[in-house]
Ligand binder design. Structure first.
Ligand code: UD1
Length: 430
């Protein structure tokens, strides 16, 4: 298993190109299952999660073509997806186990073929993560759901019917799945308490480009008028706000200055406000964000994660790392997932001062110095928090289990090296 070695203490200065958003791309790929025509996605990130989703779609009968592409001189991928006929209606355990987002095939397959079998994803390191909101909405649309041998068996009989659905929680995954289920349903579906994350706006845009009739984008009430058929489309994936936020912290924690090209500041307003309150200068440009912490003494701030436009849970670990090197105390509260402080014990080994209270909050007190250490993370964003601490620490940090980072950070070492980090991947056989 590969490792990443970082020699900390370098001030990071330069430019980083922000890739297409993983969490937008994954449901967009699955939306291609709703038509027998070609759906082409540009500005796609090169990530193992994308490869995993592509493998699942191939197994269902999708023909996929990949092309190298350049946007503003930066290498990206374009993928074309075409599913003339579904050759399987089963999302097997081996695929779903590797990537929870595999559950995005549920809505499209049920809408197009009226039947699907999906291995239940089960819990993961950050919490139990059930699918009750997805399944109860599909039942309200007329599907019969049965859970047998670890699989969800869903059968929509003659087809899904529009329904008035009120989510008990604004789940990102359920909003995407029910949007994709409802576009081909008969009649109108209304989703109340829908999630409003920018990735959902991107999915709505693609579905409408394919001929769907969805209104209410960016609001918590979505109305979907079912149509008989969807057609192909070409769509550019939005830029990754979590990757941009992560590198913004890399600039801040090394007291450097990074220009985040292709970043969309409008999707990062809450984290930008936190950075500004801490004392970081953040300049918002049309298609970029400039984060400058040179010669700044940063002060800790309290953070509470929430659904969009609140503070993203996917940036909690990175901002917690930043608070370690800031003056005073910060309270970090996690309200979305029940077990998302696994980075804390590892950061303590680097000299951090953190007290976790129950599962939901942590008090961080700034320290003068962090010290490099061998560390290991259990999820994607926590791994990046360890990289950040390593960049700021004195001495050498080895981050183990790099496969977590490869799921969600495209060209991580190249991007960080490009702004002056001393970082390298140590290749090791699995
Ligand atoms: C998505 C993101 C993830 C992000 C999260 C919150 C993808 C691939 N993943 O995950 O990176 O951290 O949004 O912004 O886009 N829940 C239920 N029942 C359900 C569904 C969810 O109880 O049926 C709970 C979950 O256990 C969790 C919370 O709701 O505690 C948030 O889940 P949700 O918004 O669905 O997140 P995901 O779509 O899993």
């Amino acid at each position: 298993m590969d490792k990443i070695k970082i020699k900390g203490g370098k001030q990071l200065i330069g430019k980083i190109y922000i890739s297409g958003a993983k969490n937008a791309a994954l449901p967009l790929i699955c939306a291609s299952l709703l038509t027998d025509e070609t759906v082409t996605l540009t500005n796609m990130p090169m990530l193992s999660d994308i490869n995993a989703m592509n493998a699942l779609l191939k197994q269902l009968g999708t023909q996929i073509d990949a092309f190298d592409d350049f946007i503003d001189g930066h290498k990206t991928k374009t993928y074309s997806y075409r599913t003339p006929k579904l050759t399987s209606l089963v999302a097997p355990y081996d695929y779903v186990r590797k990537m929870r987002a595999s559950y995005y095939v549920l809505g499209p397959l049920l809408a197009r073929e009226k039947r699907v079998e999906l291995s239940l994803p089960g819990g993961c390191a950050i919490g139990a993560r059930p699918m009750d909101i997805h399944l109860s909405a599909l039942e309200q649309m007329g599907a019969k759901i049965e859970i047998k041998n670890g699989y969800v068996h869903a059968d929509a009989g003659e087809g899904l019917k529009g329904a008035h659905i009120i989510f008990r929680f604004a789940s990102v995954g359920a909003t995407c799945n029910i949007l994709m289920a409802a576009v081909l349903a008969s009649g109108t579906t209304k989703i109340e308490n829908a999630a409003k994350e920018p990735e959902i706006g991107d999915l709505i845009d693609l579905l409408n480009e394919m001929g769907a009739k969805i209104s209410g984008r960016d609001s918590s009430v979505l109305t979907i008028e079912g149509v008989k058929k969807l057609h192909g489309a070409r769509h550019k994936v939005i830029s990754d706000r979590i990757e941009a936020g992560s590198y913004a912290v890399a600039a801040a924690i090394t007291r450097g200055r990074i220009e985040l090209l292709n970043a969309d500041a409008s999707t990062l307003q809450t984290p930008i406000n936190v950075l500004r309150k801490m004392g970081v200068a953040v300049e918002e440009k049309e298609n970029a964000l400039i984060v400058d912490a040179r010669n700044k003494e940063l002060t800790g701030q309290d953070i509470m994660t929430d659904v969009y436009p609140g503070f993203p849970t996917d940036l909690q670990a990175q901002f917690l790392a930043l608070m370690l090197t800031s003056k005073g105390a910060s309270m970090i509260s996690e309200t979305i997932f029940e077990n998302r402080f696994m980075h804390v014990p590892e950061l303590l080994r680097m000299g951090a001062n953190i007290n976790v209270h129950g599962h939901a909050s942590a008090i961080v007190r700034g320290v003068d110095k962090l010290y490099g250490a061998p560390v290991m993370a259990t999820d994607l964003r926590a791994s990046f928090a360890l990289v950040l601490a390593g960049l700021a620490a004195e001495g050498e940090t080895i981050v183990n289990r790099v496969y977590h980072l490869d799921r969600g950070y495209e060209l991580l070492e190249e991007k960080l090296k490009g702004v002056g980090a001393d970082i390298e991947r140590i290749k090791e056989p699995d």
